[in-house]
Design a protein. Structure first.
Length: 199
């Protein structure tokens, strides 16, 4: 077995030998889990991540093997499953701020700056104000580090549509978050990782 086989080759091989699909799981589960946990919370992430691979396994015969990397396809499945857990997502976006769940990163916050409760609440309100399509595109780009082309594959839209959605999302977030707001100690109230959001 070639350890450098493309995802497309592994998926094709799994049609004959279903056990080969485990290789795809091993390659991508960590990234999918981290992305999903930021969308639906750590508690639901195990189920949604597992369901992502179950759906992918069931639909592997429909995979377009012209795409060597299956990550955008898996992120697309995960995004649709996150939508199915809308109640959980809505609860996370609108619940009063509390302590972060252990191991969970706040969506779009830089890893080196924790959000204050007020910053977390402001971020949740701002994200809740985005259209679902804008939030999905921005999350795939910023949280999953997908390129615009990969986001387009994941969502089944054109790259130009992705660029428009992310641009609108950024503008809405910038307006809602009052850039430069500071906490009482002088630290940023909210730190949005601009590098991760740049196209």
């Amino acid at each position: 077995m070639d350890t450098h086989e493309s995802d497309a080759a592994v998926i094709a091989a799994s049609l004959r030998d279903p056990d080969r699909f485990a290789e795809l799981f091993d390659r991508h589960h960590g990234r999918i889990f981290r992305f999903v946990s930021r969308r639906v919370g750590v508690q639901a992430a195990d189920d949604v991540a597992a369901e992502t691979f179950l759906v992918a396994f069931r639909r592997r015969g429909d995979y377009d093997t012209a795409h060597e990397d299956a990550a955008p396809w898996l992120y697309g499945i995960a995004t649709r499953l996150c939508r199915a857990h809308a109640r959980t997502e809505r609860r996370l976006l609108t619940s009063p701020p509390g302590p972060a769940e252990p191991g969970a990163d706040d969506a779009f916050a830089s890893s080196d700056a924790a959000l204050t409760p007020a910053g977390r609440a402001r971020l949740r309100r701002a994200l809740a104000g985005l259209r679902r399509a804008e939030r999905d595109a921005l999350a795939l780009h910023a949280l999953a580090d997908l390129t615009y082309d990969e986001v387009a594959v994941a969502l089944g839209v054109r790259p130009g549509t992705v660029a428009s959605r992310i641009s609108r999302a950024r503008a809405k977030l910038a307006a809602a978050l009052e850039p430069g707001a500071r906490a009482a100690d002088g630290s940023p109230l909210l730190s949005v990782n601009e590098e991760a959001l740049d196209g």
